[in-house]
Ligand binder design. Sequence first.
Ligand SMILES: [Fe+2]
Ligand SMILES: [Fe+2]
Length: 355
Amino acid sequence: MTDTKQEVIHSVTSNIDSVFTWDYERARPALVKLYEKAKTSQWNVSTDLDWSTDVDPEKIGTELGGGTAMRFSVLRTAEDSPARKFSEKQWLQVSVELQNSLLSQFMHGEQGALLCTARIVETVPWIDAKYYAATQVMDEARHVEVFARYLSEKLGHQYRINDNLRLLLDDILSDSRWDITYLGMQIMVEGLALAAFGMMQQITTEPLLKKLLRYVMSDEARHVAFGVLSLQEYYAELTDAEMRERQEFAFDVACRLQRRFAQVEVWERMGVDAQSVYRIMERENPPENRAFQALLFSKIVPNCKKLGLLDAAGGWLREKFTESGVIQYEDHLDTGGEYELLDEVARDRETAATA
Ligand SMILES: [Fe+2]
Ligand SMILES: [Fe+2]
C-alpha cells in the first residue's frame, strides 16, 4: 500500500529511434568481459535471501535514521521549526520514516533504471552494449522486486515517488539521445545510488537489509561501469559544444539529486508543514550535513573525470563541482573496473563452495 492516493500508471512521452545493428562482431572487449561477469553473478531474491528474518523497523531507524535525523537536528532548535515541540517518541518515528522513505525512493529509482536500461537495449548502436544492457534489465527487475518486498513485508508501508525524483526520471526518459539516457541513469543516478547503498550497507546491522544491499551493490557497480565503458568511447569523439551540453545536463542532474535530500514526504506524513522544513534546511544546512551530501558524489565525480567531462569545454564542469564542494573526489577510484572488487555474489558462492 502506498501512503497517499496517486495515479497507478504514469506515462512519459518520447520520440526515440529503435536501432538494429547488423554488425555482430564482438569489437568491445571491456563490454564482453562485463557481460560475462553479469551472466555468472545473477542472484535470486526468492532463494538467496532469508525472508524469515525478523526485522525491527525501530532498530533500523535508530541505526540508520539516527544519522539521518542528525541532519535535521536544527529542526529541534530553530525558532520557526514546526517540529520544535516533538517528543523523543516522535523523533524516533521521524528516524523510522526517514529510512522508509529513503528505501521507497530507492525502489522507485530502480524502476527508473529498469525503464532506462530497456530503452538502451533499443537505442544503443553497438551489439556488445545491447547484450550487456539486456542483463541489466534483469538486474533492475530484481532490484525493484527486492525493495518492494522488503518495504511491504518488513517495513509495512511505501512512500509515493518524490516529485523531484519523478521529474528527473521523466526528463532522462524523454530525451531521445541514447547517450543522455546513460549519462543520466548509469553515471549520475546509479553513481549516487552506489555511494548511498555503500554507506547504508556499512552502517546497518540488520542482516537481511545488509545482505540485500551487498548484492544490489554488486550489480550497481557493473551498471556504473557499463556507463563509463560505453560513454568513454563515444565522448572521445564529441565536439566541445556537444560536450558542454553533456556537462550542463550532468550538473543539472547533480543539483536535482541534492534537492531530493529534504525528504519532504516524511514531514508531510508527520503532520508538519514540509515547505517550512525545506526552508529551514536550506537556510541552516549544517557542515556535517554538507559533508554527508558531498560523500554521495564520491563516485560521480571520478567517473565524470574519466569520461572527459570535467575538463572539456574549458573545464566548465570542474568549476561547477569546485563551487559545489565535491571536486575533492576527482581522483577517487573510478567505477570502470571496480565491479570486480565489489562482486559479493561471487564471493559468497566461493565461500560456500569451500566450506
Ligand atoms: Fe538497480
Ligand atoms: Fe542499476
